[in-house]
Ligand binder design. Sequence first.
Ligand code: CMP
Length: 139
Amino acid sequence: METNKTFTMIKPDAVAAGHIGAILDKITKSGFKITALKYTWLSSEKAGQFYAVHSERPFYKALVEFMSSGPIVAAILEKDNAVEDFRKLIGATDPAKAEPGTIRNLFAKSIDANAVHGSDSDENAQIEGNFYFSAFEKF
Ligand code: CMP
C-alpha cells in the first residue's frame, strides 16, 4: 500500500465561491505534487457511490445532494505521509473547529459545505483516486 498519495475534492461551495486557484496554490505550496486533476460534476448516483461508506449516517442524503449540486475538482496528491499531512492542512471536518490557516478555516462555510474532502486512510486514498481516474490520467 502506497503511503505517499492522498485524494482530494474541492467541493461545490468552494468552486462556486471562486476558490479553486487559491486552494490548489495552498496545496502545492505545502509540498504536495498534483499527479491527477479533473474538473467535473457528479450525478447524485455517482456522489452516492463515492460516499457509500456513510450511507447509514443521518447526513448522507444531504451530503449526496450537496455534492451533486455543482461542479467539483478532484485530484490525487503526492507527498511523504500524504494522508496525515493533508488532513492537517485542511483542518477539522467542522470548519468552526478547524485550526487557523487551514483550508477549511479559510474557505469553508459549514460542516456540509466544508470546501474540501481529504482521504482518511491510505486504502481509501487508493479507492477514491481510482473512482475518478484511470491509469492514463495519473502521472
Ligand atoms: P468529507 O471529508 O467529505 O466526508 C464526509 C462528509 O460528510 C464530511 O466531509 C462533511 O462534509 C459531511 N458531514 C456532514 N455532517 C457530518 C458529521 N456530523 N460528521 C462527519 N461528516 C459530516
